[in-house]
Design a protein around this ligand. Structure first.
Ligand SMILES: *Cc1c(COP(=O)(O)O)cnc(C)c1O
Length: 444
């Protein structure tokens, strides 16, 4: 791959942007390629290289790069009417109605500008609603760049995972392994009356891809309800991707008290949201006393992009297409992995996919034809990654240093490490999938 222009741009970037980027995950080794433009399921970089793109903006681009004509026209029309006003508009009501109509647990929505802002607001609302300070998160779980959830360690023995965060924040945040019902029960038995909420992705999508063991989400629902704590699903990745318009909560049949959204909800523009029943959501100002506000919140252009993207998905075969391609890709990967790297685990569901580089010991034919489903009857059940620590123990160095660059050379753009998921978009084709499987075959 010729990369002269990208290298030159990165040289300039290093002088004016810390680390040369605006989001740490983009600082690829030894330097990132700079994108000139996107085209459907592909990106073209500054040197003219074309890659099949499964990063898709790290999740938001359900339809791929660019918009179908009618979506494009509505976004442009809003833009020419003025970007924003600081007064309410019809489109934010319509998008809220759309979300409330499709997502089982949601009656009301507060729009914000990112997934981070959504989880910050949801945690504040849960604390205000319950009058309690402590929260429980999953070890290794990611909920954006926010003080209350950037923790490392386990149980009540947590510390901030970043410099610049007072340790008092971590004192209020406990961490348990995903898929470990007993760990949650123990912490609630010990201090249940102090816990405001359990905050988790319904299926890990941002620290490896890990499916919930059957009964786990049900247990979280039951334990939180029993102790008067809220269950918050962070659906920033899974929302409007896993389970289609009903989101992962619809797929798994669990109603959380609060849900956070982002990524697909903005159709490529910066949008986040908190949703839930009126009895909790009306705790937010100006209806209630939990302060929440934002200059750009409900931004008309972003709302239009989100609404038109989701409407398009509702009226066309978008979820059928992306889920079918996802399935084809994962079953192809399973065959390749069985042949080339039998200890590896193919993960994902719907339009999310990945290969976790599970180490030796995990071999053997499993039951999962297109991605690990954590079935206890599967011969691989004991060795497939169950939580964030298991994913972290897989061969991350091999992924980053050997696998990722080799896939790039083959013209396939994957996420920079095995903690981030890969996404199939509506713009991807059968040929893209074949080409991608050939690349895996050559590289693994
Ligand atoms: C991406 C993500 C966030 C943070 O969203 P930003 O828009 O990057 O602030 C939070 N939670 C999950 C599960 C995410 O995947």
């Amino acid at each position: 791959m010729n990369d002269e222009r990208s290298r030159e741009l990165y040289g300039r970037a290093l002088s004016v942007l810390p680390g040369g980027v605006n989001s740490s995950v983009r600082a690829l080794r030894p330097y990132p390629f700079f994108v000139r433009r996107g085209e459907g399921g592909h990106v073209i970089d500054a040197d003219g290289n074309r890659l099949i793109d499964y990063v898709m903006g790290y999740g938001p681009l359900l339809l791929g790069h660019g918009y179908p004509d009618e979506v494009d026209a509505r976004i442009r029309s809003q833009l020419s009417d003025g970007a924003m006003y600081g007064a309410p508009t019809e489109v934010e009501v319509e998008l809220a109605e759309f979300v409330a109509r499709h997502v089982p647990s949601v009656e009301m929505v507060r729009f914000v500008n990112s997934g981070t802002e959504a989880t910050v607001s949801a945690v504040r609302l849960a604390r205000g609603h319950t009058g309690r300070d402590e929260i429980v998160v999953m070890e290794g779980g990611y909920h954006g760049a926010q003080e209350s959830t950037l923790v490392e360690g386990g149980g009540t023995d947590t510390a901030p995972s970043s410099a610049g965060i007072p340790s008092e924040f971590a004192e209020h945040t406990h961490a348990v392994p995903f898929n470990d019902e007993e760990a949650v029960r123990n912490i609630f038995n010990e201090r249940g009356d102090r816990i405001a909420a359990v905050l988790t992705e319904p299926m890990l999508g941002n620290h490896g891809i890990v499916y919930p063991i059957e009964g786990y989400l049900e247990a979280l629902r039951e334990i939180t309800a029993e102790h008067g704590a809220l269950l918050i699903f962070d659906e920033v990745i899974t929302g409007f991707r896993v389970g289609g318009l009903a989101c992962a909560q619809g797929k798994f049949g669990i109603d959380p008290d609060l849900t956070t959204f982002g990524k697909v909800l903005g159709g490529g523009f910066p949008v986040g949201a908190v949703g839930g029943p009126a009895g909790i959501m009306e705790g937010l100002t100006p209806a209630g006393d939990v302060f929440q506000s934002g200059t750009y919140s409900g931004h008309p252009v972003a709302m239009t992009a989100g609404l038109e993207t989701l409407r398009y998905a509702a009226e066309n075969d978008v979820y059928d297409h992306v889920n079918t391609l996802g399935e084809r890709l994962r079953s192809g990967l399973r065959e390749i992995v069985a042949d080339r790297a039998p200890s590896y685990t193919v993960v994902g569901t719907d339009s999310i996919f990945g290969v976790t580089f599970t180490r030796e010991g995990a071999g053997g034919e499993g039951e999962c034809e297109d991605g690990c489903r954590q079935r206890p009857s599967c011969p691989r059940f004991d060795s497939c990654p169950k939580n964030g620590a298991d994913v972290a123990n897989a061969d991350t160095e091999r992924w980053e240093r050997l696998f990722w660059p080799a896939m790039c050379e083959q013209g396939i753009f994957l996420s920079a490490n095995q903690f981030e998921a890969q996404f199939v978009s509506y713009a991807h084709t059968d040929e893209d999938i074949e080409e991608t499987l050939d690349a895996y075959r050559a590289v693994l």
